[in-house]
Design a protein around this ligand. Structure first.
Ligand code: GLY
Length: 322
């Protein structure tokens, strides 16, 4: 089981929606069914990534009841990780020597499935948990400049913060590039479901931090605080996420700066520097992402979620450029 396995079916659903070619629908169905049994897994917070990206997207297009049930079942598993004292969903069970109740900024994306589960079931429990998680994260995960820590470790006895640290960034006080994108995408998405202006304002502030720190080619180094030239790898996945989130933010604000930035990112990702030569990159669209540098895995490599969010951003741009 891997947190990324929903992205390929999701890519296939998007291609089916775009082309109406049944081969993409069949592929999505096939690849998501390979992991359907994981919907009962209560040992990870990544269920939203896995099940909403795949079965959730599929349900929107097909209204297949089996897909709907998979989303509901996965949401039930996800909320079993919610702690009422902390007010958050626990992200990881591993690393007990490092933290007690870790909540990572990435977890914001898993809330999308909970908002949808409330719409599908009429039961607000899912949505209320998502809102509680978003509020507590807003309170504790952000620095004064609206950059985000990666991990906040809570005390489950009273909900206070034990410590703030990183797992995938260069240091505890650094700004891991993809973490900033989970934050931007996450609060923009929370605004989509709640229309709470607090989330929109927060997303705008996160966007300002990211914008101020983007390099000339609009694709960040994997952590904004890297000083060592020898490890300055680009992270196309973070850039693709910024582009997609900026476009959603543009749709709520009409601020053309967001659309311009997203367009510049997509133009940059579409150059030879990042876009693969056909037939040369094992089917991936983009090169140059970083999964987890500190653990020495997926460094300067293609990654399926970079491709997915690049495609999503291109489709979002196309839909508003008509
Ligand atoms: N959610 C894990 C990552 O962004 O690498």
């Amino acid at each position: 089981m891997d947190w990324t396995q929903g992205f390929f079916p999701e890519t296939c659903w998007k291609l089916h929606e775009y082309t109406n070619d049944v081969k993409w629908k069949e592929a999505a169905h096939h690849f998501q069914n390979l992991f359907i049994d994981a919907k009962g897994n209560k040992t990870t917070h990544d269920l939203g990534f896995m099940f909403y990206c795949s079965f959730g997207e599929g349900y929107k297009l097909t209204k297949n009841e089996k897909y709907k049930q998979a989303v509901i079942d996965a949401s039930k598993s996800l909320i079993s990780r919610y702690d009422t004292t902390v007010g958050c969903i626990k992200s990881w069970d591993f690393g007990k020597e490092k933290w007690t109740f870790p909540v990572i900024i990435d977890n914001m994306l898993n809330l999308e499935m909970l908002f949808e589960a409330s719409i599908l079931t009429g039961d607000n429990t899912y949505k209320n948990i998502a809102i509680s998680h978003a509020n507590k994260t807003l309170k504790n995960h952000f620095r004064q400049d609206y950059s985000t820590w990666h991990v906040v470790d809570y005390n489950p006895e009273d909900g206070s913060v034990f410590k703030k640290l990183t797992h995938q960034g260069i240091s505890n006080e650094s700004s891991w590039a993809r973490g900033q994108s989970w934050a931007l995408y996450g609060y923009t998405m929370c605004y989509r479901y709640t229309k709470n202006p607090k989330y929109l304002e927060h997303a705008k502030r996160i966007a300002s931090f990211i914008t101020e720190n983007l390099p000339d080619d609009f694709v960040p180094i994997w952590d904004f605080d890297i000083k060592d030239n020898t490890i300055m790898h680009k992270d196309a996945s973070a850039a693709a996420l910024y582009a997609s989130a900026y476009l959603e933010l543009y749709s709520y604000t009409n601020n053309t700066e967001y659309k311009k930035l997203a367009t510049n990112i997509l133009k940059s990702l579409s150059t030879d520097k990042y876009f693969s030569t056909y037939g040369k990159n094992r089917g991936f669209l983009l090169e140059h992402s970083v999964g987890n540098f500190p653990r020495n895995t997926e460094i300067d490599t293609p990654i399926n979620y970079a491709d997915y969010y690049y495609l999503e951003a291109l489709l979002r741009l196309k839909s508003i450029s008509k």
